[in-house]
Design a binder for this molecule. Structure first.
Ligand code: EPZ
Length: 417
């Protein structure tokens, strides 16, 4: 259990380079299974989910080296096609290996990663995509068993634009004979980045970023290097932290386009934001104003991962802010913890109504998921006194040194075990 101690009342001031994107590097690491040469990835963040993914690659027989932000993966020595519960249980998104293992080995056995703190995490769309490509799929005592001696290209339509199912389909389709079209595909920047990486590996693929992706074939190329894109949700986290604490921050190495829905919302709430080529500057001199309705949608809509973060930034805004969470069924667990700090949040199904309060009071709170935990830290930055966030390890799944990063901007945050 990590204990994060946050002293409220200190505005942020300074510049920060944003870490590599967790949700981009995880599918890219799985896709390394397709290569028959060493791959070097740079700007890889130091995260628990990344370590869990590297352990899965090692378990499957890959050679994996890490030094600083560089990870080298050599999948020429793959021996296994089975991922046990001990490994899938450490990381909810281990399902991202399904398409890669199936493509590489012609079969895959993955222990179900289990439900998640955001509600059930079904994998039906992932399994349907594999079946569309000609795999047989069955579940035996919590283990997904897939077999496909030969994958065949297919024209498939995802029921919902699932990020993970789109990624699994893209990766598996690289090993399919014939053309695959993935319709109603997710359009997130991480999907575009995965397409770029697969192309670098030798895939003939286009359409990522739109709702229709076409995969025509795959001719492996030798020696591939790839730099992981910046993490747009970490960028949103720092912006919301500045909204809660006040002050002035500059984010470097970011793609302003990727966080446009977040910066537009903060600007409407009264923050001054300017964006450059790969930088965002934000100044928050006075109390923000409410009045916004924030509806989470698939990209380019407002990202569900930023919903808890924006809620934390709205707790002391003047007026009411409405949230509608359309992506996950149970993503307001942070609200009860914020209420312990004096926040006024009323929830009815998918809708949360925040009535801004002049002041919040620091107290003991519990992180129950990754972004909810980060949101509690943000709320603590704007509260009076000390907020103690007890975290069973969620926050460090997705944030590399968030305490050091925010402390370098003037926050008073300390972690103890
Ligand atoms: C990815 O999760 C991200 N994780 C999530 O970020 C993010 O919240 C989510 O996309 C939505 O943007 C990674 O990329 C590792 P989905 P994923 O499949 O792929 C339902 C974070 O904090 N669904 O797009 O699991 C599902 O229940 C994490 O970094 C099915 O019904 O999300 C959800 O309601 C949290 N059946 C909706 O679709 C399926 O087979 C969207 O899920 C798959 C999903």
């Amino acid at each position: 259990m990590s204990i994060w101690r946050v002293q409220g009342g200190y505005p942020l001031d300074g510049s920060l380079t944003i870490q590599g994107a967790k949700n981009a590097v995880l599918p890219i690491l799985a896709a390394c299974m397709l290569a028959d040469s060493e791959i070097e990835l740079t700007n890889v963040p130091r995260l628990r989910d990344v370590e869990a993914t590297l352990d899965i690659l090692r378990h499957l027989g890959c050679q994996v080296q890490r030094r600083e932000d560089v990870v080298a993966v050599d999948a020429r020595s793959v021996t296994g096609c089975e991922i046990p519960r001990a490994l899938t249980g450490r990381m909810r998104s281990s399902i991202i290996f399904l398409g890669a293992v199936l493509a590489r080995c012609g079969q895959a056995r993955l222990a179900m990663p289990g439900g998640c703190e955001l509600g059930p995490r079904p994998v039906d769309l992932h399994l349907a995509a594999m079946e569309a490509l000609g795999a047989t799929v069955r579940c035996e005592d919590g283990v997904i068993v897939c077999a496909a001696p030969a994958l065949t290209g297919a024209d498939m339509t995802l029921e919902t634009p699932s990020v993970g199912a789109t990624e699994n389909a893209m990766i598996a389709a690289c090993a399919a004979r014939g053309i695959t079209v993935i319709r109603n595909a997710a359009r997130e920047p991480e999907i575009v980045q995965l397409q770029g990486f697969l192309r670098a590996l030798g895939a003939d693929m286009d359409g990522a970023g739109t709702d229709s992706i076409t995969v025509r074939g795959f001719t492996p190329v030798k020696r591939v290097g790839w730099r992981v894109m910046p993490d747009r949700i970490v960028a949103a986290t720092v912006l919301c932290a500045c909204a809660a604490a006040g002050g002035e921050v500059e984010l470097r190495g970011v793609c302003p386009d990727h966080v446009r829905s977040v910066t537009e919302t903060l600007t409407a709430m009264g923050a001054q934001i300017t964006a450059g080529q790969r930088r965002i500057a934000m100044r928050c001199a006075q109390r923000l104003r409410g009045g916004q309705t924030i509806i989470t949608r698939p990209y380019p809509g407002f990202p569900t991962d930023a919903q808890p973060l924006m809620m934390a930034a709205s707790l002391r805004a003047a007026g009411q802010t409405v949230f509608v969470e359309n992506i996950f069924t149970d993503r307001y667990r942070h609200a009860a913890q914020m209420a312990r700090m004096g926040a006024d949040i009323r929830i009815s199904g998918r809708v949360a109504l925040v009535t801004g309060r002049e002041r919040l009071t620091g107290t003991d709170v519990l992180a129950e998921d990754l972004r909810g935990g980060a949101a509690l830290l943000i709320a603590g930055l704007g509260a009076e006194g000390e907020t103690v966030v007890r975290d069973p390890g969620h926050i460090e799944r997705g944030y590399e040194g968030l305490d050091r990063a925010l402390s370098a901007l003037g926050a008073h945050i300390k972690i103890t075990e």
